[in-house]
Design a protein around this ligand. Structure first.
Ligand code: PLP
Length: 497
């Protein structure tokens, strides 16, 4: 199977090469030219497997240079029971009105990023071997909070790799910050920037495609790679949990095999929801994708209002910081597929985005997207109300990101009357966003961030996740803060690491 750049189909590589390099040299994103299909027999087989088996089979469809044994071995290690609190890696919890909450945060850093970032180190190190790469892979990560910690946890002390994470100094939750700054490992570096996630992501993307920096890295026996969802190796493992959720819903009688579902996702960089789109293209019956945003509602406007993507608007810092994003990178991949792999068009649109901060897709392309995607957004006040209501009515404790999705889904139902059973991606443990959740429940905040875990636990009777409780008393190792204009200079730090 071949992978090509969304901006130039002539740039064609193997899956291993796409994973090893992360982003295409022209700044485009690698995409498979064909989306593999799940046959009826395969889907039936998937229903009998555990999560590890399902993930191995789905990955095998895309990563054709990897053997089934290899992928099963990776899945056994990445999704080991002791890392995910048991064998039910991504459980589906049924709530009222057909809501099926797909909990993706049972991994070691308590956010859905673990579903891909526990796997990526295995895929990346194997890809380096398969491509004959002997240089050290230096992973640059821009994070709005959760990717940073999950990537650090996945790559800490992994041989042949180094990792450097950039996070917005005022744009992550206290718990997210503590998780990152206390990270162990000889090959890790964490840097705060004065700027927001988009600044970090844009700087990192620029470094990836800068020839001079690449030469400097090469001289030092190093190369860049990415752990953001621009890397195909990050996206591919995310497809598996939508397939798995469908299997679980058939197995528990919520739906019959062949019935359609909706998928509602709290969205930032558009990676998670795009993974759902791939599951649909593989053959999972999906009626609508519902793209949920917070007050940074650039995607809602794009999807609901004629196909103009315009990032020229205020950037808001919200209680759902992992969605505080105005440049949703993976939308580029959706445009590539819906336009029939029109690399010229994608390239033009992305040029407009970087020049003017906006673009408008052709009307016919917009119509196609609007057939599959609905959208909505919700502010912090509505998010808090939703957390409160879910707890009081259904005894379900949701984090801020999940609550955004639930609210947007409820609005969607009211507007459309659609009764299709809906998978709502739950992307983080509520304990990761203690302050906002405690306030939403009307509790009283403590000063210390780790003590908040006990407050939330006391309010709800839910037990605090061990990886977060273990942060108590840990001293931060990293305290460097740089301006967004100085990100390129920090590469020397990485080289010395
Ligand atoms: C990363 C993240 C999101 C957004 O996911 P994308 O793939 O960037 O759209 C939503 N919620 C949480 C908790 C996250 O960590």
């Amino acid at each position: 199977m071949n992978y090509v750049s969304t901006r130039d189909k002539q740039l064609s590589v193997t899956a291993a090469k796409a994973i090893a390099t992360g982003i295409a040299p022209d700044g485009g994103l690698f995409c498979p030219t064909e989306i593999p299909q799940l046959s009826k027999a395969e889907l039936e087989k998937l229903m009998t497997l555990d999560y590890k088996g399902r993930a191995a089979l789905v990955l095998g469809k895309f990563l054709t240079e990897f053997t089934a044994e290899e992928l099963q071995d990776f899945c056994n290690k990445a999704y080991a029971d002791e890392k995910f609190g048991g064998s039910n890696t991504a459980p589906v919890v049924s709530l009222a009105d057909g809501k099926q909450i797909l909990e993706l945060w049972h991994g070691p850093t308590c956010a859905f990023k673990d579903m891909a970032l526990q796997m990526l180190p295995y895929l990346l190190t194997a890809s380096l071997k398969k491509t004959g790469e002997t240089r050290t892979a230096c992973i640059l990560v821009a994070t709005s909070g959760d990717t940073g910690k999950a990537a650090l946890d996945g790559f800490a002390d992994v041989e042949g790799t180094k990792i450097m994470v950039y996070y917005p100094v005022d744009g992550v939750s206290p718990m997210q910050k503590l998780q990152m700054t206390t990270q162990k490992g000889e090959n890790v570096e964490v840097i705060a920037i004065h700027g927001n996630f988009d600044d970090a992501q844009s700087a990192v993307k620029k470094i990836f495609t800068d020839k001079q920096t690449a030469e400097k890295m090469d001289k030092n026996g190093m190369m860049f790679s990415s752990a953001n969802s621009i890397n195909w190796g990050r996206l591919a493992p995310q497809i598996a949990y939508y397939v798995s959720a469908y299997c679980d819903m058939v197995n528990n009688g919520t739906i019959k095999n062949g019935d359609k579902i909706n998928i509602c996702v709290p969205t930032g960089n558009f990676g998670n929801i795009l993974a759902g789109y791939f599951a649909k293209q593989m053959g999972i019956p999906v009626n609508k994708f519902i793209c949920a945003s917070n007050k940074n509602n650039v995607l809602t406007d794009f999807l609901k209002d004629g196909g103009t993507y315009d990032r020229n608007r205020p950037f808001y810092t919200t209680d759902s910081p992992s969605m505080d994003i105005l440049i949703s990178s993976n939308l580029e991949r959706l445009l590539f597929y819906v336009s029939g792999q029109n690399d010229k068009l994608v390239s033009e649109l992305m040029n407009n985005l970087s020049k003017d901060g906006k673009y408008t897709v052709p009307a016919e392309l917009y119509e196609k997207i609007a057939q599959d995607f609905d959208a909505g957004y919700c502010d912090d006040e509505q998010t808090a109300k939703t957390i409160n209501k879910l707890w009081n009515d259904e005894k379900y404790l949701a984090d801020t990101h999940t609550a955004v999705a639930v609210k947007v889904y409820e609005d969607y139902c009211e507007r459309t009357g659609d009764k299709t059973p809906t998978v709502i991606a739950s992307t983080a443990s509520p304990f990761k966003f203690c302050r906002a959740v405690i306030e939403a429940l009307g509790g009283t905040l403590e000063k210390d961030d780790v003590t908040q875990l006990d407050v939330l636990s006391g309010l709800t009777g839910e037990s605090k996740p061990k990886p977060l409780a273990e942060l108590a008393g840990k001293q931060p190792r990293f305290n460097k803060v740089v301006d967004k204009t100085e990100i390129l200079d920090t590469i020397d730090l990485l080289i010395k690491l």
